[in-house]
Design a binder for this molecule. Structure first.
Ligand code: KIV
Length: 285
């Protein structure tokens, strides 16, 4: 009898000790499945990606069949009204990532790592874990070869990473604006080194922003993982990402030159609000 209690105790200890690890493993296998599927599209079909910052847009974009929902730190500008992405905090990102994840999209949910949250591999891993616990399927950080070790640390923990090279919006202040990248042979060479380093570190895809078309094409051909372009020309990458407000025409105060709106929601919202205002103030009590 005493012996069976002993075995029961051993079993209970092993069960409760291993349970969290088993659950984590199951979660990471699920993240990896979406990331592996994304990676496997290279050479087969193009990837459609849009930013999403809240529950209803995540549900609608998922229903439309979009492959990847990026909870981008662009939310700093188009949702929170900051002048650029350098004001975005991890708390902002967790709040919006959780809202998107609550839609339980079939699409891969990509959480952006905000500025100052991946300054060392250890800090980066903590940030990546926090975004995954908020519901992301993968995380994205800006930069190339200088972040290879960080990417290696995150992917070694079973968390899929997507890179981001070219124009890096988190560097907009020191660069004095949004400028095109890859304009000279030396600049292209550096981007090729960055893309190669990120690939070797284990990224499952990489965003390329505002790289001139010929350089974007050369980088796309040089890496075995899909490239997802924004402001790089339409057929230079393995997929395309757009900021949702640029697609919907709902943020008229800043529209990047490469934006291709499919709707003009801003005037419709104003017209609907005006009609409501008139209806309310003219109603007879
Ligand atoms: O934050 C974002 O929306 C992005 C895109 C510009 C790729 O990183």
């Amino acid at each position: 009898m005493r012996l069976s209690y002993f075995y029961l105790l051993i079993f209970a200890f092993a069960f409760f000790h291993l349970l969290p690890h088993t659950l984590l493993l199951a979660m990471y296998l699920q993240f990896s499945a979406k990331a592996n599927a994304l990676r496997a599209t290279k050479g087969h079909r193009r990837i459609s990606a849009l930013t999403a910052y809240d529950y209803p847009s995540a549900r609608l974009l998922d229903e439309a069949g979009i492959d990847l929902l990026l909870v981008g730190d662009s939310l700093g500008m188009v949702v929170l009204g900051f002048p650029d992405t350098t004001h975005v905090t991890l708390e902002h990102m967790l709040h919006h990532t959780a809202a998107v994840a609550r839609a339980k999209p079939r699409a891969l949910v990509l959480g952006d790592m905000p500025i100052h949250t991946y300054e060392s591999p250890i800090q980066a891993l903590a940030t990546a874990k926090a975004l995954m616990h908020a519901g992301a399927d993968a995380v994205k950080l800006e930069g190339g070869v200088e972040h290879a070790e960080t990417v290696r640390t995150i992917t070694a923990a079973g968390i899929p990473v997507i890179g981001h090279i070219g124009m890096l919006p988190q560097h907009v202040i020191e660069e004095g604006g949004y400028h095109k990248k890859g304009k000279t042979p030396a600049a292209l060479q550096q981007l090729l080194i960055d893309a190669q380093a990120l690939t070797e570190a284990g990224v499952c895809a990489m965003v390329m922003e505002s790289i001139i078309p010929s350089s974007a094409t050369a980088i796309t051909k040089s890496v075995p993982v899909p490239t997802i372009g924004i402001g790089c020309g339409e057929t230079t990458c393995d997929g395309e990402v757009a900021v949702i407000t640029d697609l919907l025409g709902s943020f008229p105060w800043f529209v990047p030159p490469f934006a291709k709106p499919e709707a003009q929601l801003a005037p419709q919202i104003i017209a609907a609000a005006r009609a409501y205002h008139q209806r309310v103030i003219t109603a007879k009590i």
